[in-house]
Design a protein around this ligand. Structure first.
Ligand code: SAM
Length: 231
């Protein structure tokens, strides 16, 4: 039966892909890829000759119906993004929703995503957490920060290297200097780095640095003042 597979791909280390993901990518009629050039590196590495079709945030609305038609005509499609799991701060949601509406079967394989290893390695409670992803750059940013500041769950942010310092400094303003946080950089890659401390300390340590690479920020949730007093 034709269906849509959502296939997670490595977030850096090409070995981080499951055997089933490789098989599905080989067997699919078409792979929908966010950036066909980026994905061809992975596909070439694993000798996967399946043809690629561009599917990204700038054409997803326009191509949605074409993609649905392809699946309905009997083709099996696999959606991948540049890295990690499609739909997580990447295109995917619209297509899954449309498939669900059209009665098309959707299967998402388990696999790499940046926030899970970042959260687990942080040492900050990972039993309950709030995934925010990227904060808005301008409009709505302060509203989001005000909202996040009062959550007692661990908070997960995605951030770009050139904004990380500004975001940490702003988080210190909204959440308090003493909140613990962890900046996880370049997961699974040669320059993987984990920076731990309070928001204030991390802000200071990043102040004069040119930060490179990909980043996840983990921030501890607001402490319950009552139970903190009881400790
Ligand atoms: N779909 C991806 C996932 O499942 O995690 C996320 C895609 S989003 C466009 C890219 C962001 O994910 C980066 O800006 C960074 O915040 C995070 N990210 C991706 N790869 C990473 C890595 N190797 N180390 C740290 N963060 C990473």
């Amino acid at each position: 039966m034709p269906k849509l597979y959502i296939v997670p791909t490595p977030i850096g280390n090409l070995e981080d892909i499951t055997l089933r993901a490789l098989r599905i990518l080989k067997e699919a009629d078409v792979i929908l890829a966010e950036d066909t050039r980026t994905s061809s590196v992975l596909l070439k590495h694993y000798n996967i000759p399946t043809k690629l079709f561009a599917y990204h945030q700038f054409n997803e609305h326009k191509t949605l119906q074409t993609v649905i038609n392809k699946i309905q005509s009997g083709e099996t499609l696999a959606l991948i993004s540049d890295a990690g799991t499609p739909g997580i701060s990447d295109p995917g949601f619209l297509l899954v929703r449309e498939c669900v509406r059209a009665g098309i079967e959707v299967e998402c394989l388990p696999g790499p995503t940046a926030f899970v290893p970042a959260l687990v390695v942080s040492g900050i409670p990972c039993d309950t957490f709030f995934f925010e992803g990227f904060l808005p750059h301008k409009k709505g940013r302060q509203t989001r920060l005000t909202y996040l500041a009062q959550l007692d769950h661990t908070i997960v942010l995605y951030e770009s290297p050139h904004r990380v310092h500004k975001t940490i400094v702003q988080c210190a303003e909204f959440f308090g200097n003493e909140r613990n946080a962890v900046v996880v950089r370049e997961l699974t890659k040669i320059h993987e780095e984990i920076i731990r401390g309070t928001l204030h300390e991390i802000g200071l340590s990043l102040a004069d640095k040119t930060v490179k690479g990909e980043i996840v920020i983990i921030i501890e949730g607001k402490k319950d003042t009552k139970s903190a007093d009881e400790e």
